[in-house]
Design a protein around this ligand. Structure first.
Ligand code: GDP
Length: 368
């Protein structure tokens, strides 16, 4: 509009309609003498940085700029959503050294063999064309292993700057806030913001002891992930808060599992098989006959066993689209990025998965 208000903290245009987007300020903030966006407000008053997703082209420009520096990258992935966590573009960052951190360790079963998990992550990274110098696991939420990650970061950076990168929701802000906590009581001026070249968003940096800096960077929402397709009110049920308890189903062909009303898996053809389901508690699998599945969904989507989502959200979610798989190897995961995964026990199964259009279902070697 003609009288755009600019945040006096970071310089982005202030808006009052979209809390999850850049430049948001609650309407009451406009009455203050000095107007800052909510992000800058929280940074200033609570030393807290919420992550604000960038638009794809700004994000791309940011990565390109980072790729032209000689800095260490610390990339976070969400262990509960590894597929949705990977940055879609890697070429811009080809030459930077990389420390890969699997965050949200607490969501996977405690009993998981961590050495194997790290090996799996490293292999997955290599297949995607990334070459991590090291792989670590962390629970940023509880602050577990944050000190170890920081120490390894300090070794690997060899006197260079550091950029913390990752998709939205992998835990970057939580990690940075843990690091800030460890500085608490020091100089108030510790955290500064700077405008990043090529983007409209300012982001924060922390000084490292040799005069170098650690930069927090904004994320981007992976468009192939479930979160990107759901209205705001449905987000909470997709974010597990504690260790996921797998649920096992022994199925015959022509049986179906529903995961709330957000996904459906049909076991079309093959010998009896077992399916280990890793989903947030609200998405406890519901088993039915394949022949009854269409009618059940038609009638009960958004209710009881087939919710979340709430009924009122159904019109805001793209319709189901089918993706078909023939499982070639034992212990294969069928992954619905942002929702969960099913580990199929034996090879040979023909499986159809239905999820909202644009969510990309993938298969992988079992993570656990
Ligand atoms: P960002 O978008 O990458 O900055 O991610 P946030 O730091 O905002 O975290 C996204 C969500 O994941 C929040 O609900 C966090 O509380 C949660 N979260 C972050 N780290 C962890 C973790 O180690 N374990 C669990 N269970 N949740 C986490």
């Amino acid at each position: 509009s003609e009288n755009t208000i600019i945040c006096s903290g970071c310089g982005v245009p202030v808006q009052t309609s979209e809390p999850s987007q850049m430049g948001y300020a609650p309407p009451a903030a406009l009455d203050r003498d000095v107007i800052v966006c909510q992000r800058c407000f929280r940074l200033k008053h609570y030393n807290e940085i919420p992550d604000v997703p960038l638009q794809a082209d700004d994000f791309h420009r940011m990565l390109k700029t980072i790729g032209q520096t000689d800095a260490l990258l610390v990339m976070l992935v969400d262990l509960f959503d590894v597929e949705g966590s990977w940055l879609l573009e890697r070429n811009a960052l080809r030459t930077n050294p990389l420390l890969l951190v699997g965050n949200k360790r607490d969501l996977l079963p405690q009993s998981v063999n961590e050495r194997k998990l790290k090996t799996w992550l490293k292999k997955d990274a290599l297949q995607r064309g990334w070459t991590p110098a090291d792989v670590l696991l962390m629970n940023a939420y509880k602050g577990e292993d944050v000190t170890e990650v920081a120490a390894r970061m300090d070794e690997l950076r060899q006197g260079k700057d550091v950029y913390i990168i990752g998709s939205t929701n992998v835990g970057k802000s939580t990690f940075i806030n843990q690091i800030i906590k460890r500085f608490e009581g020091d100089d108030e001026q510790l955290i500064t913001t700077s405008t990043f070249p090529g983007t409209t968003l300012a982001f924060i940096d922390l000084p490292l002891d040799d005069g170098r800096k650690l930069f927090d960077t904004p994320g981007v929402i992976n468009p192939k992930q479930m979160l990107a397709r759901l209205p705001q009110r449905e987000m909470a049920s997709l974010q597990p808060k504690k260790e996921i308890k797998p649920i096992v189903h022994q199925l015959q062909s022509e049986q179906t599992l529903f995961f709330g009303g957000l996904a459906r898996m049909d076991f079309i053809k093959g010998e009896d098989n077992h399916f280990v389901c890793y989903f947030p508690p609200a998405f406890k699998p519901h088993r039915t006959k394949l022949s009854a599945a269409d009618a059940l969904y038609e009638k009960h989507a958004g209710e009881d066993l087939l919710s979340p989502p709430e009924k009122q959200s159904l019109t805001e979610i793209p319709p189901f689209k089918r993706q078909s798989f023939h499982i070639q190897q034992e212990k294969t995961d069928i992954v619905i990025p942002g929702l969960g995964w099913v580990t199929v026990g034996n090879a040979g199964a023909f499986i159809d998965v239905y999820v909202p259009e644009h969510v990309e279902v993938i298969i992988r070697e079992a993570i656990i």
